[in-house]
Design a protein around this ligand. Structure first.
Ligand code: UDP
Length: 448
């Protein structure tokens, strides 16, 4: 993208404290900084110490110190995070008010809508940045605002909603189907749909042709701007320099370089999803049965679930790492498909790089993402669970063979290439997302 302006509106970017939420909002921050805006990322010490914050040289990080206390759950942590940041926020904004660049615009993760009222009181404009597909917001739109327990999804039959494909129970976001799990996250997730309308801009990391029907429908309700896939604007164009921290980069690259084009299955369940031991074993056996090479990301907290016997057998066929530079891996010609949990970033990254997917969704928006991947964009297939909810090794192996070696795989690859091209068009000069980003920056700079 070419330079738009040298005016420096100070934009404060406030991510949710989770890796999958940090990556896309930091990508957006890099674009804003590359256009001459002064950009500061606001976060907490825990995030700075435990997550990858690959901000590049143009962005400052305002890392708020805090006492460390043990959290009993993610819900517990998020409750604390909300109270702590609400308490600190005013003084942070006042601190910047006395500098050459007072903060004018706050870009928040759309889960942090609890800050909007306070930000407005402090005279800031707020952009709510959605790290999720537009379809998810459209599904949540139909939840009863007064009483979320009255959601019109009884789980019994197929759900029919305007502009969305028919959804079976297994396609619905888990916050709807598993009503008791993660109450705080659920409150934040549903809350965003009740509160995000208060924001001055609604930004989505998606692109118009990808979710055409549902975007057109949601635009009849709200003024939304699509600005994705941000990964393409930053990774391929190397905006602001790409990551210096590339975990296992050489190891993965050397291993992939030694494999033939399209011969490797890349397997990852993102930064949070956790399979139980039995499911890990089935997956491990299925990967071996497929007789394909595989690069499997098993986070350090999970690798005790793999037996020594498997680890030793897998050496011939597999590279197993705790974390990898996923974009470089997906972009490598040796990778033939992505066995994924369908997190929205992973989905966009595979679409943007033209990689077919095998979907094994776990929670949150992953089931509807999987529905779109398989039925709407037709760039993947979904593994089928048995009656006990488990995915067997036979199913894993047969899906991999279908995508890596079968006729279906050829069609999926053709479709994946088509979406890669359309994604590129969206972020290139004159594309829908490119235009929306420019408009947003112009709006911000008009405040100066
Ligand atoms: N990721 C990575 N290396 C890994 C696994 C994941 O860099 O080994 C990145 C991936 O590229 C994506 C993010 O972590 O940007 C995961 O986000 P996603 O929305 O797919 O899943 P979540 O972690 O939120 O469940």
């Amino acid at each position: 993208m070419e330079e738009i302006t040298n005016q420096k509106t100070h934009v404060l970017v406030f991510p949710s404290p989770a890796q999958g939420h940090i990556n896309p909002i930091v990508q957006f921050a890099k674009i804003l900084a590359s256009k001459g805006n002064k950009v500061t990322i606001l976060t907490i010490d825990l995030v700075c110490k435990t997550m990858l914050l690959d901000c590049g040289p143009l962005i400052n990080i305002e890392c708020i110190q805090h006492e460390y206390k043990p959290f009993t759950s993610m819900d517990d942590f998020l409750e604390w995070f909300q109270c702590f940041m609400l308490e600190k926020f005013t003084s942070i904004i006042h601190k910047f008010a006395n500098t050459e660049y007072p903060v004018k615009v706050l870009v928040i993760d759309s889960l942090i809508t609890w800050i909007i009222d306070l930000a407005h009181e402090l005279g800031l404009k707020v952009a709510a940045f959605h790290t999720q597909p537009v379809a998810l917001s459209a599904i949540y739109y139909h939840i009863d605002h007064e009483d979320p327990s009255k959601i019109p999804f009884d789980g019994g039959s197929v759900v029919e909603l305007p502009s969305i494909p028919l959804l079976e129970n297994e396609d619905l976001p888990t916050f709807i189907t598993e009503s008791d799990a993660y109450p705080t996250i659920k409150r934040l997730v549903f809350g965003q749909n009740f509160n995000f309308k208060k924001a001055d801009w609604l930004l989505f990391n998606s692109f118009d042709v990808l979710e055409k029907e549902v975007i057109n429908w949601l635009r009849t309700q709200y003024k939304i701007k699509t600005i994705g896939p941000l990964v393409l604007s930053t990774y391929l164009d190397k905006v602001n320099g790409s990551s210096l921290i590339k975990p296992n980069y050489e190891t993965c690259k050397n291993w992939l370089d030694s494999k033939e084009v399209g011969s490797v299955v890349y397997v990852s369940f993102g930064s949070l999803a956790s399979l139980d031991e039995q499911q890990m074993e089935e997956l491990a056996s299925g990967l071996m049965m497929s007789d394909c090479y595989f690069l499997w990301v098993v986070r350090a907290t999970e690798d005790n679930k793999l037996s020594e016997e498997f680890m030793s057998k897998a050496k011939e066929k597999a590279l197993i790492v705790n974390w990898c530079p996923q974009l470089d891996v997906l972009d490598h010609p040796a990778v033939g498909c992505f066995f994924t949990h369908c997190g929205w970033n992973s989905t966009l990254e595979a679409l943007s790089l033209g990689v077919p997917m095998i979907c094994m969704p776990q929670w949150a928006d992953q089931p509807p993402n999987s529905k779109y991947i398989s039925d709407v964009w037709q760039v993947g297939i979904r593994v089928k669970a048995g009656r006990d909810g488990r995915i067997t090794k036979e199913e894993v192996s047969s899906c991999i063979k279908e995508v890596m070696k079968g006729k279906k795989g050829v069609i999926l690859k053709e479709n994946a290439i088509k979406w890669k091209k359309l994604a590129r068009e969206a972020v290139d000069e004159g594309g829908s997302s490119n235009k929306n980003i420019k408009e947003f920056i112009q709006d911000c700079n008009a405040l100066n």
